[in-house]
Design a protein around this ligand. Structure first.
Ligand SMILES: NC(=O)c1ccc[n+]([C@@H]2O[C@H](COP(=O)([O-])OP(=O)(O)OC[C@H]3O[C@@H](n4cnc5c(N)ncnc54)[C@H](OP(=O)(O)O)[C@@H]3O)[C@@H](O)[C@H]2O)c1
Length: 268
């Protein structure tokens, strides 16, 4: 077992997850990041160049032990393999960050959107984290029972879409609203084990996911949509996760942390 605390960050290859992984590395965590798009090794068995490999290298450069594991969070066999990977390589998991998530492949009006897209988005954004949390929480309980001084924590990255209607991506909104209840449920169930559970709600963050709607949000932000008039960055979200990881919120659980430039404030 490694001496440093270990975090599992899903979707740590790019965007917000990468930002979180690197901030945790700076904060003294070892890391496993998961990703889905690229194989970890080529046909010759050697590691392949990929965004995940880059994040691992950058985390190592910050002093962390780091590894990546290709695992589709929506698939139960991949989740089991991912947890087994963390156990084998690091022997502990102190922090789970449910970050991996997708937008619908195509934005479609609520009255036209398909079941196929609903199943895909809910599978990755809600069912995946729900059951990954279950698997990791069981292991965290084991760890805490073996060493009552250990503190384990779970963070899920939801979205302002948890409470904001976008009728061209209803399935995304529903998935993020579900993560909110998931956080409440696990916070309630795991409090007796000292495991804190948190929801981080990013606003509009500059990543690949939002690159397709950049012009639209540039205009909205310039027009005053956000009290803090700038795009969010992955580092903004990462700092909130680091605060949790460092135990700054240990007497809070089930908490929602908005990282959104003040978007959630109702204004007149
Ligand atoms: N960007 C925003 O404005 C914003 C706002 C609010 C909330 N969020 C949420 O923040 C999280 C990260 O978003 P992002 O903007 O950083 O997205 P991104 O740049 O598109 O990165 C998505 C990450 O998730 C991974 N991923 C996608 N599908 C997966 C699957 N089935 N299994 C495992 N990993 C998977 C990707 O891996 P590969 O690299 O292998 O493809 C990648 O690491 C998401 O949950 C998103 O909903 C984003």
């Amino acid at each position: 077992m490694t001496q440093r605390p270990t975090a599992l960050v899903t979707g740590g290859s790019r965007g917000i997850g990468r930002g979180i992984a690197l901030e945790l590395a700076r904060g003294g965590y070892d890391l496993v990041i998961s990703h889905v798009s690229h194989p970890d090794t080529g046909p010759d068995g050697r590691p392949v160049e990929s965004p995940a490999a880059q994040t691992v290298r950058d985390a190592e450069g910050l002093g962390a032990r780091a590894a990546s594991c290709r695992a589709d969070v929506s698939k139960s066999e991949d989740r089991a393999r991912l947890v087994a990977f963390v156990r084998e390589r690091f022997g502990r998991c102190d922090l789970l960050v449910n970050n991996a998530g997708v937008a619908p492949l195509q934005r479609m009006d609520l009255l036209e959107a398909t079941e196929e897209s609903f199943d895909r988005v809910l599978g990755i954004n809600l069912k995946g984290p729900y059951f990954l949390t279950q698997a990791v929480a069981r292991w965290m309980i084991e760890q805490v029972k073996a060493d009552p001084a250990r503190r384990c924590r779970i963070v899920s990255v939801s979205s302002l879409s948890a409470y904001t209607s976008s009728t061209a991506r209803g399935e995304y909104c529903v998935s993020k609203a579900g993560l909110g209840m998931m956080t409440q449920l696990y916070a309630d169930r795991l409090a007796e084990f000292g495991i804190g559970v948190y929801e981080v709600r990013p606003g509009i963050i500059e990543t690949d996911m939002t690159s397709v709607v950049k012009a639209k949000y540039d205009t909205l932000i310039a027009g005053g949509l956000l009290p803090i008039r700038r795009w969010g960055r992955p580092e903004d979200v990462a700092l909130a996760v680091r605060a949790v990881a460092e135990g700054r919120l240990d007497y809070s659980t089930g908490e929602v942390i908005n990282v959104d430039g003040g978007f959630h404030i109702r204004r007149l």
